[in-house]
Design a protein around this ligand. Sequence first.
Ligand code: FE
Length: 232
Amino acid sequence: MIFRQFLDFTSHTLTYLLGDGQAGEAVLIDPVGSHVATYRQVLDELGLRLVQAVDTHTHADHITALGPLREQTGCTTVMGVRSGASCVSRRVREGDRISFGDLSLQVLETPGHTPESLSLVLETPWRAVFTGDVLLIRGSGRTDFQNGDAGESWDSVTGKLFSLDGGTVVYPGHDYKGWSCSTIDEERRCNPRFAGRTRADYIALMGALNLPRPELMDVAVPANLGCGLTAG
Ligand code: FE
């Protein structure tokens, strides 16, 4: 399997390219609009055709590349069944598979950061989970806007993600400290939002974060509901 992680320095978004080199097919997870040329260059250089581009959720801090990628490569654009985006060509639900060549990602619906948030599980060639913003390394995505729900976030993380095999590598949708990955076991033991806490503790903690509004929220959310095409 071909695997690349890209960092957007502005929003600290982590984007993932997964490819089956034999079949020449690839998927992108959470691609950022300003990096379309980079993704296309890497796809070309590695001899891969982009078959699907997935947003784990409607992003508030960057404009998605889904629309431009669909226009330029003819890929299928994918989001969760609860997404309100108008231009998504495929809506996936729990248990669906997103395939590229002989490999695939399995969809877990993990609401909490937003209602439509997905996590994507890779079983081979190694166990990994792409968590979007629901579970971050030693953190979790905020639940105070875009219909976020701290109770749902707790249930998604502790009920679904923490029940994956402990060795599963965690690849989050953001990291602000430059950490590139973790594991489920590590997050169960060391994530301060969850370790040793109750659901009620977590809801109280998330309700008291008092985070500023994302700078791009009023631009990015409407743009992303049109897959990044309305922002020009
Ligand atoms: Fe987010």
